[in-house]
Design a protein around this ligand. Sequence first.
Ligand code: F6P
Length: 489
Amino acid sequence: EDAARTRLGGAKLIVVANREPYIHNLRNGAVELMRPAGGLTTALDPVMRACGGTWVAHGSGSADRLSSDARGRVRVPPDDPSYTLRRVWLTPEQENGYYYGFANSSLWPLCHQVYHRPTFDPAHWAAYQEVNDLFAAAVLEEARGGPALVFVQDYHFALLPRLLKRARPDLVVAQFWHIPWPNPETFRVCPWAGELLDGMLGNDLLGFHIQYHCNNFLESVDRTVESRICRERFSVTRGGRTTRVRPFPISVDPDLAAEHLAGDWEAPVAALRRKYNLGDRLLLLGVDRVDYTKGIPERLRAVARLLDLHPGLAGRFHLVQLGAPSRTSLPEYRALTDEIHALAADINERYGTPDWRPVVFVNEHAGPELIYPLYRAAAGCVVSSLHDGMNLVAKEFVTARDDEQGVLVLSEFTGAARELTDAVLVNPFDVDRLANGLLAALTMPPAERQRRMRRMRAQVADHNIYRWAGTMLSEASKLMDHGPRPAAP
Ligand code: F6P
């Protein structure tokens, strides 16, 4: 921690993210530790382990209170305590309005533009404001007594940067927006567009995955709020304060794969093959939270199309779709889960035989001890998001292929497609192209697989999560005011 503080000019590092990296749950009277699905926590935990500091998050587990002190603090990870997790407690009404409501029924569909209409409910907006206030209070408490760099994550906290700066103008505040930013025509339907932008312009530094999202953001600012935009320097000045807006493509820790593949990694794959009667057939793999942005029905329909076009492939492969249940309190997520179950059953009925089911939908939370071995064993990994900020499954898959084999079939509507140009790029709305992508994954000659995988591995090894965090934090820490502080009145 001291070394990290030195790198940050003596400031304390405080990360704010809705999701906590370690969840304590009660199961059968015992406390059980859970790691959430989803890219953000997987990406940031190694950074926090390396840097130390405090992660402020919503305490969501049934045994979270039991496992933390009176302030909601606990040192994590439990087996190697390296940083502090500070939990913020929300009432069910706050969680419903802020997380399920404004964050995931308004901002999530608004920013992803996947033809899923966002809803805007004033009660959700009120809860979102209230929870941003609550987090501001927790961060200000953690930041007491000295300089601090606050690193805010994601769309749950658009208002937080402004609140922090208003209370503590000396704090350096940086935010990374993990989802896309839509074009201004789409964004302007939000009834509170101006308030969101004003909140985000409290940041000293604001990061998106790709330049296109930065451009969309600047256009949205230009059309919505009073400000001066400098397009050459990608900055916005409002009320005498400047926010720099830059792309920082997020990534993964390449060493995690090696860790999870160190032992007998073939055993969990063999167990799964036995459980679902997969024999030794080729595997196409999907790994997603069950979310309507991920294009899972499109992927299944492409399997049917592939079997129509190439009946000879019947009985030769499976699509294993790991689908972690996600946001299931929202009706559209439950409806999607039902749709995927029904589609899988229908395809299996139409194309399958008593001992061969083309689609295996595993609607459970799977941990890295299963996911990495499956990445390593699969003929191909299929990422068919309709729109995705980055997509870290694509990058994780690449890190698992130390055999330089395996084909990545990747939607061109992901941020990852800009970097992993050696993937088989597909338009998930085009069923024939997606089916052809699956065919490529099953039939590509080993030499070509190797050529492509080698280049993708080099890209991810070089542009890893440490580089992402290092670049963003060092840009932010350059904005730290090292001069004498004004005397207190
Ligand atoms: O990518 C957006 C995001 O919110 C990530 O920050 C997170 O990893 C993922 O979606 C999972 O979402 P949730 O935290 O709502 O389960």
